[in-house]
Design a protein around this ligand. Structure first.
Ligand code: SF4
Length: 487
């Protein structure tokens, strides 16, 4: 009997055709594409053997590893196979990323399309599934965690209606054991459990994953030292994993069927092993060399423009190493604003080691280097930051003009109150000015300009390239029309 089951909704249990960029498709609402076809294109289900998925989200694998380490009987199951196992289970742990579509990308798309995004829809499907309802009626305890846990504070009625017993916010390694034990013993659980800084795990306390993660994603560190006001991550201490620990997790993934590549995950991969905002050449080269030698493909989860701009030679060396295996690689990159004034106020260290007032220049240099070295950034711009003025939006629009020739996706995100700005108001589409709309439209035009060549790069040699390209053209065309309607 498995006393603890772990799962996540359908949009998280996918390898997105081995292309994390496609995962953005889960942020869109149901649209003109039939749902079955849309999910095949953007989030096809993972292969599962007897209901156990071949891989799972990395955060879920960490929780699984921690619970196994503490002696619990745990299994991770696909949401489509819950029914087969849940009858014997006492506690269900659910990993979430953006359960109500309140994250920046999905809330922006929801505002444009006026519909709930796929990821929220599938989370609801999971919670409302007959299997979960029946097990709940028989005494099942439900514990929810993951990067999307903060959203439950804004959906207290949902929590109550679905009788979620506990929501864990923060890094769970040092607390999940006691919470799952209390649940198994039938004790009352705190409805919301915020992991304190004191309970944040040290490097030694973070276990290696014991089963494969989706697309070979492995964490190389946690936390960020740049301190942007609007960000949750910055509230946690910075820790870098030793290379040996990373190698162990990569090797574990490579033994799995269907995992051949590796995605290095950190808030800024360029700063691996550094104590401040200056990249450590030796450490970064050794890490990427190991991945390039041993994996079929490599991607980075995030990287900063300032670190790239501060070490152009190092970045070229890394690119040379990575491009021996592939024709491009991707990462998420934060631009956030083109206004030096606003950058100084809300993200004073984002440009470091350069000055905050030089931010637009840092962006131009960093983006130019990425273009020249075949890194394709998926960039974010934040619309509606507190105290944003008309001049700030104009500066961002000027920067967008300068970025026109750089191969990239640039996604505008409505401001979401997180980090030190968590008590500020949400930015709603009703507050959009003419300038905001023009900026949104500029982003859509930029992405539309690049999308064909990005699809060519992403699906080189695959039979469905031409087909997907047509689909994206159509989808981008509709998005463009929607933005025009808002205008
Ligand atoms: S650089 Fe990125 S991760 Fe770091 S604090 Fe700023 S927004 Fe957060």
């Amino acid at each position: 009997m498995t006393e603890v089951l772990l799962t996540a909704d359908r949009t998280l249990m996918s390898n997105y055709h081995n292309n994390e960029f496609l995962g953005f498709g889960t942020c869109a609402p149901p649209n003109f594409i039939p749902e079955w076809f849309y999910s095949f294109l953007f989030f096809p289900p993972l292969k599962a053997s007897k209901g156990f998925p071949s891989a799972a989200p990395y955060g879920l694998r960490k929780t699984e590893a921690q619970l196994l380490k503490e002696g619990f009987g745990v299994a991770t199951v696909s949401p489509d196979h819950l029914e087969e196992y849940i009858g014997d289970t006492k506690v269900l742990g659910i990993h979430t990323m953006d359960p109500f579509g309140l994250g920046p990308a999905s809330s922006t798309l929801a505002a444009i399309f006026k519909k709930e995004p796929y990821l929220a829809k599938h989370f609801h499907c999971l919670m409302d599934s007959p299997a979960v309802k029946k097990a709940k009626a028989n005494g099942l305890k439900i514990i929810v965690g993951g990067p999307g846990a903060w959203q439950f504070r804004y959906r207290q009625k949902f929590v109550k209606d679905h009788q979620i017993d506990c929501i864990v916010e923060g890094e769970g390694e040092n607390v999940v054991g006691k919470l799952f034990k209390a649940a198994l013993e039938g004790e009352e659980l705190p409805r919301f459990y915020e992991v304190s800084i004191r309970e944040t795990p040290s490097l030694e306390e973070i276990p290696d994953i014991v089963n494969p993660s989706i697309n070979g994603l492995v964490e190389i560190g946690r936390g960020c030292c740049r301190g942007c006001e609007f960000c949750n991550v910055t509230l946690r201490p910075l820790r870098w994993y030793p290379l040996e620990k990373i190698k162990r997790e990569i090797s574990l993934n490579l033994k799995a069927d269907n995992v051949e590549g590796c995605c290095l995950h950190a808030e800024d991969v360029m700063l691996y092993g550094s104590k401040n905002t200056t990249p450590e050449d030796e450490k970064l080269l050794r890490l990427n060399e190991f991945v390039a030698k041993n994996c079929e493909g490599i991607s980075w989860s995030h990287c900063s423009l300032a670190a790239v701009a501060s070490k152009p030679k190092l970045f070229s060396q890394l690119s040379e190493m990575i491009l021996t295996k592939q024709s491009w690689w991707g990462a998420e990159v934060g631009i956030e604003t083109g206004s030096a004034e606003l950058a100084k106020r809300i993200m004073p260290a984002k440009a470091h080691p350069f000055k905050a007032e030089d931010w637009p220049e840092v962006v131009r240099d960093g983006m130019g280097l990425m273009h020249d070295n075949m890194m394709v950034p998926a960039c974010t711009l934040i619309v509606g930051l507190p105290e944003e003025k008309e001049e700030d939006i104009l500066r961002t629009m000027e920067l967008m003009d300068d970025l026109e020739g750089f191969r990239s996706l640039i996604v505008p995100l409505f401001f979401v109150p997180l980090g030190r700005l968590k008590n500020e108001d949400w930015f709603k589409d009703a507050a959009m000015t003419e300038l905001h709309k023009q900026l949104l439209f500029q982003c859509v035009e930029h992405d539309f300009r690049w999308v064909d060549s990005l699809i060519d790069l992403s699906f080189k040699g695959k039979w469905y390239t031409r087909f997907l390209k047509e689909f994206y053209k159509g989808f981008a065309g509709i998005a463009k029309r929607k933005v025009r309607q808002i205008e």
